[in-house]
Design a protein around this ligand. Structure first.
Ligand code: FMN
Length: 368
């Protein structure tokens, strides 16, 4: 059972991961209006500390970054302190935990923003999605964001640096920069959402500049191997997908290679929406251009994950929905135990312990 490739340890710099199973970043909206971590969240993460690495839910780096109800923050002193109970509970089980840093950009709404201003983005292009966005005022259509002025961008880079500094204070082992799923960094990278004519738009080098500056700012806080970057080259979530997706995501992976980061996290699976603009980009595409650990995600079950590690397509596989409903996921893999199904009605807005901390471990389900 322990000869599974998925359950072999991995060293990332001075971090020892006890296995290759990662808790994917999962927004669960249990942080309340003050966007503070709490005891229930500490319990939820501690329950999943059987993973080699935990990545937290996306956590906003500033007031302007907010675009989701009751997601946590890391920009105030109270928020920073509130996370300590989470890192302590997870470290008690010798598991490292990275905080995912988030700015939603155009995937926000004025009702979340300081002084009810419009959300910001690289360009004034609205998300086309009839479904709209959950806001403090109820479900609303997406608004056309305000294009950032060039001289505002260093301030946002500084927000990322300060958030990383707060994460370090809170006891996190590292941070994951959320460059995926159509949020602000992805909006800068992709031609569909970035039509700027300044040094942050146009050619690949310019569209990558915002992410590059963020990585370099965070390198003043954490060593390179304590920083991960998440990208979703195939995704259509948040109305993404650009004709030149292959060029930009190869470019980014190649450039990031220079830093010797902890890992590159690619949402390679198509289960969260595929833009269908060509062949999906695979882990095999990224392996030759990126030398540090590679993490795959989306739609993996145990067999697919085991094959990806065995075939050396990836070093780590992140699990999202399977980890929501199976707090003991790595143990279930080790023993070949069946998985609990997940209930998507309790992902976000149901609140409380239901569908959050009340999924039984395999042993608990056998005892009852
Ligand atoms: C409830 C829920 C919340 C999510 N929140 C985040 C998030 O905060 N940050 C992020 O990068 N991805 C987020 N995702 C995407 C997941 O990390 C993951 O890519 C997706 O669930 C596919 O992986 P899976 O098939 O293992 O579930 C979320 C997905 C779900 C279902």
């Amino acid at each position: 059972m322990t000869d599974l490739a998925l359950l072999q340890p991995l060293e990332i710099g001075d971090l020892l991961l006890k296995n290759r199973v990662v808790l994917a970043p999962l927004t669960r909206s249990r942080a309340g209006q003050e966007r503070l971590a709490n005891a229930l969240m500490a319990q939820y993460y501690a329950q999943r500390a059987n993973a080699g690495l935990l990545i937290t839910e996306a956590t906003v780096i500033s007031h302007q970054a907010i675009g989701w109800l009751e997601s946590p923050g890391i920009y105030t002193e109270a928020q920073t302190e509130s996370w300590q109970q989470v890192t302590e509970a997870v470290h008690a089980q010798d598991t490292p935990i990275f905080l995912q840093l988030w700015h939603t950009g155009r995937a926000s709404h004025s009702s979340f923003q300081p002084n009810n201003q419009l959300p910001v983005a690289p360009s004034a292009i609205a998300i086309q999605d009839d479904d709209g966005i959950h806001t403090p005022l109820g479900k609303k259509p997406y608004e056309t964001p305000r294009a950032l002025e060039t001289d505002e961008i260093p301030g946002i880079v500084e927000d990322y640096r300060r958030a990383a500094h707060n994460a370090l204070q809170a006891g996190f082992d590292g941070v994951e920069i959320h460059g995926a799923n159509g949020y602000l960094i992805d909006q800068f990278l992709q031609s569909k959402t970035n039509q700027r004519s300044d040094r942050y738009g146009g050619i690949l080098e310019n569209r990558y500049r915002f992410l590059k500056e963020i990585v370099e700012a965070i390198l003043t806080v954490f060593p390179a191997h304590r920083i991960g970057v998440r990208l979703s080259p195939n995704g259509s979530f948040n109305d993404m997908g650009s004709p030149d997706y292959r060029e930009i995501f190869f470019y980014v992976a190649e450039k990031l290679n220079a830093y010797d980061l902890g890992y590159l996290h690619i949402v390679d699976g198509l289960g969260f929406g595929f833009h269908e603009l060509g062949q999906p980009m695979t882990l095999d595409n990224f392996r030759p251009v990126f030398d540090s650990p590679l993490m795959g995600n989306c739609g993996y079950d145990q067999d697919a994950a085991e094959a990806a590690i065995q075939d050396d397509q990836a070093d780590l596989i992140a699990f999202g929905r399977p980890y929501i409903s199976n707090p003991d996921l790595a143990q279930r893999f080790a023993h070949g135990w069946p998985l609990n199904p997940y209930d998507d009605m309790t992902y976000w807005y149901s609140g409380g312990a239901k569908g959050y901390t009340d999924y039984p471990t395999y042993s608990e389900s056998q005892a009852s």
